[in-house]
Write a protein that binds this ligand. Sequence first.
Ligand SMILES: Cc1ncc(COP(=O)(O)O)c(C=O)c1O
Length: 481
Amino acid sequence: MSRDPLSAAPSSSSRGAEHTLPLIPTQTLLRGIARGADVRTEIPGPQSVALRARESPYLAPGTQALSQLAGLAFARGQGALLQDVDGNTFIDWVAGIGVASIGHGHPALSQALFDQASQLSCGSFTSVARVELLQRLAQLAPHPSLRRTQLFSGGAEAVESALRLARAYTGHSDVLSFWGGFHGKTAGVLGLMGSEFKQGLGPLPTGHVLAPYPDCYRCPFKLAPASCGLHCVDFTQQVLRLNATGPLAAILVEPMQGTAGNLLPPAGWLPAMSKLAHEHGALLILDEMICGFGRTGRMWGQQHYDVHGDIVTFGKGVAAGFPLSGLLSTDAIVSAEPWSRPSFSSSSFGGFPLAAAAANAVVQVIVEQDLPGHAAAMGARLLERLRPLVDKYPIVGQVRGQGLLVGVELVCDRGTRAPLPKAQCEEIFQRCLRRGLLTMAYAPRVRINPPLCITAEQIDESAAIFDDVLGDVCRPMARGV
Ligand SMILES: Cc1ncc(COP(=O)(O)O)c(C=O)c1O
């Protein structure tokens, strides 16, 4: 059997915590390319166009805007690089929206999947892979008490289970979540999403209370972080008092908001939410779907705020492309009935051997390669390259970030902070694509979350492309064209 170079066994050169070393074994580099962006055809190229034309009569609408705008069909990936079916190579600032933690085409993941699928794929019985995974998760948990895990296959499913668990444990009904928060699209969590997205999809379950997230760049109270005294905390208390219909079961929050634009709350806010939850006899559910497993430069986003959840939900990067999610909690909380009764929190794909093997391999790579440490170093490097853009271009309002969770505000006017219109954002997105950089710049709050294994050279090259593209877009504006 001929062996694709991308599925080669992990090499010892891919291990180690040297942040300056390339994390991609050289023998597994993508066919015919070096280590960076390389665009050889028009974008999208003829093969992408042809493949999408074949697909479009059969594909139901509603798929991700990013893929529709790009119009590309990808064939393979390696580390932080993606190669399309025309042979064009892109530096990936998206990572499947924070999924490809260890990078694309990682041999440890393909090998683990191959080995496990050759033996046993499904079922909920104990497997070596699940035992090892659960042990690893308990060791890595943000607090030693969070040693119990239940596994699922999608993020929304894990968050819904966390809500059922919180209600079972507290006997309370209501849940507080935040504007801009995203926890999935299933009916049980849709109402907890603080965005216009849910309009037209009601009626939704009751018992949901929403309050403003501390979006300090566009503070809903028009206050400044240095002098606001965390007014949003007092306001949230009022919201709870006046809007809740029953006792509070949980506060559900992302430690840093991903979908809303990679937003970082001010110091003190997350601990205040923890205190508020406990004052109400409720649990703090920290949704680490995007922040978890090294993205922010530490294993968990919450570790930046000296707080830990009573329940922590995770997914995405934990299995780097294989659908696995889960929740972590304490002995006492997971014992709550009816959640803990046999089959009350299980599912067809909850911790089945194939998923467990995938996550086990991925988590091992994250730890052994110190990807949180690498993300901290690469994130700092990226911020160093992007922060000067605020002074260089009038359309860059703010650059912020923690590790490889970076946000850029594109604005029409730095004074009013009015978001850059969609058409101009899409122009930036398309120009980046034509230069070999896949971004989320189609919206004014540009989220940058590349694979955690991105190299220093790829950081420098991608930041330079983004800088050049902003320059190209701003020049005609400056001439009033
Ligand atoms: C913080 C957070 N929670 C939950 C989800 C839902 O995950 P899934 O799309 O796997 O259902 C997402 C997805 O982006 C997320 O970002």
